[in-house]
Write a protein that binds this ligand. Structure first.
Ligand SMILES: NC(=O)c1ccc[n+]([C@@H]2O[C@H](COP(=O)([O-])OP(=O)(O)OC[C@H]3O[C@@H](n4cnc5c(N)ncnc54)[C@H](OP(=O)(O)O)[C@@H]3O)[C@@H](O)[C@H]2O)c1
Length: 333
């Protein structure tokens, strides 16, 4: 293995790793997400091939949640099987995250961010994943009803119990996230990372100060849906392919997202990417990675080949001021 240490990051073979905030944890610039393509509707061998391709490419970070499926829990169960069958000797080379707070089971304890839900859900996740601990446990969303202190103290206690090594916040509004960083710091369990949606079409964490608040607090930032679920690729330039997410799994991305305005933006961005000598997906990922607050980008992939294509962003040229200005202009409302 060739290791090179550079400023605030490290490179092992082809993959590049960044330190996560002020912690000692290195995360790969590309992480693999399990929201789609790991449920009961996807052939098991397809999921297995994606995970193996990721690991072989140095993608050491797998991002899950209790409810990823379909059915809820299915993605954790599937990864648990792979960890047992394929990765038993590699647990310490992997950084596995999961989350709780979205709807998971029936009744009053199956959702939100009470102590009861978070701890019960994490215990279930550990059983499905067939591991003793996860590396990172997130509160998946802000709960306006549960006192913040209850949620945050639970995160502290989870780390103290050894069931998670680190904790993170996902989709929390700015002020609540600031309170969270402060509470966790004061209790000696600093927040490792904030997970939010950042992509060329959705720049809210950048514009609303969520990313700079994480940075100032010494937490990392990890972006989800970096390709806007596939819109920021060449996938939909000529209609809706039968094997695309819109066609085969339109739970969250539906055909009506492809408005003439969105298609026009995709085409302009696609042309700009071509001028840079790369695919739109590559440019979209490298645009996220060029922000200093970003630790990693969680990609989804429906095949090993797709995942491998997206690794090209690790070698993308830097953006010129002119290119960044063009992107701004294309995305103006
Ligand atoms: N914290 C949260 O609340 C939250 C919410 C959402 C997601 N997440 C995390 O973020 C992860 C990624 O989300 P995402 O799946 O929406 O990410 P994404 O990277 O925006 O979209 C992935 C999809 O885009 C398509 N795609 C990827 N590369 C492509 C390429 N080179 N060319 C053409 N199409 C390509 C594939 O769909 P098809 O091939 O099927 O068309 C792929 O499954 C999730 O798995 C999850 O771990 C977290």
């Amino acid at each position: 293995m060739n290791t090179t240490y550079i400023a605030n990051s490290t490179r092992y073979d082809g993959m590049k790793y960044r330190y996560c905030g002020h912690s000692g944890v290195l995360l790969p610039e590309l992480s693999l997400g399990f929201w789609h393509n790991f449920g009961e509707v996807t052939p098991e061998e397809q999921s297995r091939a994606i995970v193996r391709a990721a690991f072989d490419a140095g993608i050491t970070h797998f991002d899950l949640a209790n409810n990823y499926g379909p059915q809820p829990g299915a993605a954790e169960s599937r990864l648990g099987k792979f960890l047992h069958d394929d990765f038993a000797a590699h647990r310490d080379e992997l950084f596995i995250s999961t989350k709780a707070a979205y709807d998971m089971w029936e009744g009053p304890y199956g959702s939100w961010a009470s102590r009861k839900h978070l701890i019960a859900s994490l215990n279930q996740s550990l059983r499905r994943l067939q591991v003793d601990y996860v590396d990172l446990f997130y509160c998946h969303r802000y709960d306006p009803r549960t006192p913040l202190e209850e949620t945050l103290q639970t995160l502290v206690d989870i780390v103290r119990s050894g069931k998670a090594l680190y904790v993170g916040l996902s989709r929390w509004p700015l002020e609540a996230s600031r309170t969270g960083y402060e509470y966790l710091r004061q209790h000696d369990v600093p927040c490792l990372i904030y997970q939010g949606r950042l992509n060329l079409f959705d720049r809210a964490p950048l514009e609303e100060g969520v990313m700079s608040a994480a940075y100032e607090a010494g937490a990392g930032f990890i972006s989800f849906s970096p390709l806007a679920q596939g819109l920021l690729t060449d996938r939909y330039l000529n209609g809706i392919p039968a094997d695309s997410r819109i066609a085969h799994d339109p739970r969250f991305l539906k055909a009506d997202a492809l408005t003439p305005e969105v298609l026009s933006r995709i085409r302009k961005l696609n042309d700009l990417a071509a001028q840079r000598g790369e695919a739109l997906a590559t440019m979209a990922l490298s645009w996220i990675l060029h922000h200093k607050e970003v630790t990693s980008v969680i990609i989804g992939a429906s095949s090993p080949e797709q995942l491998q294509r997206n690794l090209a962003c690790l070698k993308s040229p830097a953006f010129s001021e002119e290119e960044l200005q063009k992107i701004q202009d294309y995305l103006k409302i």
